[in-house]
Design a protein around this ligand. Structure first.
Ligand SMILES: [Zn+2]
Length: 300
């Protein structure tokens, strides 16, 4: 059944666990997320970026995901990940999403930072529209690490508690993405998670907090962050890694089979499903591991 992210994270707060938010990029990854959630009996958030939606005709992917939601026995929120502007948010609202993120921390190019005032302006406007439709809203304050940048836990990039408090009052968002030392994508080195900062923010505001860039963060750091107030953890890269690494193995196997077929004058077989099925299975396993780590397994 389709619910809002707010409903899921409020429950998670009461139960002191976190809800996994997994990025779907195509049919197989969406299926792997739903399959993992069914097996784990875990509530979850299925999220999609605007870039993914433009990979297919938008209504194609959304129609398929809605069919999966209809059949799901666990509660699921359908969420826009990193909406950069008001227009994008409206577009996703029109597609019936139950949750949206308006990332006002960066300009629409996804690189240049917005000022605090600019962030407030775009976030408030998007939040007003979403709330009219009963859709929950995630905002972001602080600067999250990006692919290609050095790991930093410098204070100036981190979310400040007093700023977070003002931001919630100014915008009315239901969930808040915070900069606490995590990075998007894969990176070199070990992330320094600023648990002290998570604690300070959680003590200042009651809003459920979101960890972006959850891939590569050591399990014990994730669990500690959850115990301190993180209620939504975003996982994207880990799914891609599981999927593509298996794809590489399967293609290697197929190449060997073809070689053998050539040597014995047999026939080469080309079955895409034979490659994609194991990929879907590996992604499902990787997702299930995260659901257990977040404590959301068995909570549906
Ligand atoms: Zn993110």
């Amino acid at each position: 059944m389709l619910v809002t992210s707010k409903e899921l994270v409020e429950k998670a707060k009461a139960g002191n666990y976190a809800v996994g938010a997994f990025n779907a990029i195509n049919m197989e990854s969406a299926q792997s997320i739903f399959a993992a959630a069914e097996e784990e009996k875990a509530p979850f958030i299925l999220q999609i970026t605007a870039t993914t939606l433009s990979y297919t005709a938008p209504d194609e992917l959304v129609a398929m995901i809605k069919a999966l939601i209809k059949r799901a026995s666990v509660p699921v929120a359908l969420h826009l990940d990193h909406g950069r502007d008001y227009q994008t948010v409206l577009k996703f609202l029109r597609f019936g999403f139950s949750s949206v993120m308006i990332d006002g921390s960066l300009q629409a190019d996804g690189k240049s930072p917005r000022t605090y005032e600019e962030n407030i302006e775009v976030t408030r406007k998007a939040a007003e529209a979403a709330h009219l439709l009963g859709v929950s809203v995630e905002g972001e304050i602080g600067r999250l690490g990006q692919i290609g940048l050095e790991i930093t836990a410098e204070d100036e990039a981190l979310t400040r508690p007093e700023e977070a408090e003002k931001f919630i009052k100014d915008t009315g968002v239901d969930l808040l993405a915070v900069s606490i030392g995590t990075h998007h994508g894969l990176f070199k080195g070990k992330p320094v998670i600023r648990h002290d900062r998570i604690k300070e923010i959680a003590e200042t505001i009651p809003t459920p907090l979101v960890m972006h860039g959850g891939t590569g963060v050591p399990d014990e750091d994730v669990q500690k962050a959850i115990s301190l107030g993180i209620r939504k953890v975003n996982i994207d890269t880990e799914i891609r890694v599981a999927f593509i690494e298996t794809m590489k193995e399967e293609i290697k196997k197929l190449e060997d089979e073809h070689k053998k077929a050539d040597e014995t004058e047999g026939i080469r077989k080309y079955d895409i499903r034979k490659i994609l099925k194991p990929c879907r299975e590996s992604a499902k396993k990787a997702i299930a591991v995260k659901m257990r780590l977040f404590g959301s397994s068995g909570k549906a």
